[in-house]
Design a protein around this ligand. Sequence first.
Ligand SMILES: O=C(O)c1ccccc1N[C@@H]1O[C@H](COP(=O)(O)O)[C@@H](O)[C@H]1O
Length: 220
Amino acid sequence: MQDVRVKICGLTRAADVEAVAEAGASYAGFVFFPKSPRNVSVAQARELAVLAPVGLAKVGLVVNPTDALLDEILAEVPLDIIQLHGAESPERVAEVRARYGLPVMKAVGVAEEADLAKVASYQGVADQILIDAKPPKEADLPGGNGLAFDWRLVAGRRFGKPWMLAGGLTPENVGTAVAMTGVRQVDVSSGVESAPGVKDAGTIRAFVEAARGAKVPPRL
Ligand SMILES: O=C(O)c1ccccc1N[C@@H]1O[C@H](COP(=O)(O)O)[C@@H](O)[C@H]1O
């Protein structure tokens, strides 16, 4: 059976990229969002991205980006995937995908069943869907808040495109999340940090081990 694939998001130091690669994660995420404690400049992201070995996909996380910002990032940083984590419309997702010729992962925030209806509008335009916890109303960040949602809402779901589960995952709960939902890909940021924006190599290793060792229910 195929291992669960792991994305570690919000890397800010060379040692983080090394830890993520050594742990066996599949995706390394770089956050371009000034309000985030994980925000990196274009120059910093370039320095980190070139350290990633073949097989570790480099994901650029942006929130309602302008073309100017994406142009600036993609001129410098060798990204493999663009993660849109704001209120981008399906039309904007299609536009970004066509303009840069890169796969796009669209994040959808979920707190209740009704939120999942939004996924349908992105199925035809995004390459992957990221199902994340909906942020609290007063939150500064649209993601990366370390909050989980009720995983029963996505138990056994398929979304017409590969999907990833995020929101409040930790080494302690990721096995349950995978077993409960049947998801084949997971994404974490806060749950592998020693302080906001500071990744911890031991916790990254523990997270990847727990995710890959999780009991994935067979697809029906
Ligand atoms: O990580 C951030 O700082 C961030 C900022 C803005 C949008 C999304 C962000 N992170 C993404 O949020 C989810 C869940 O994170 P957490 O594990 O609950 O902290 C994940 O997809 C990150 O890529």
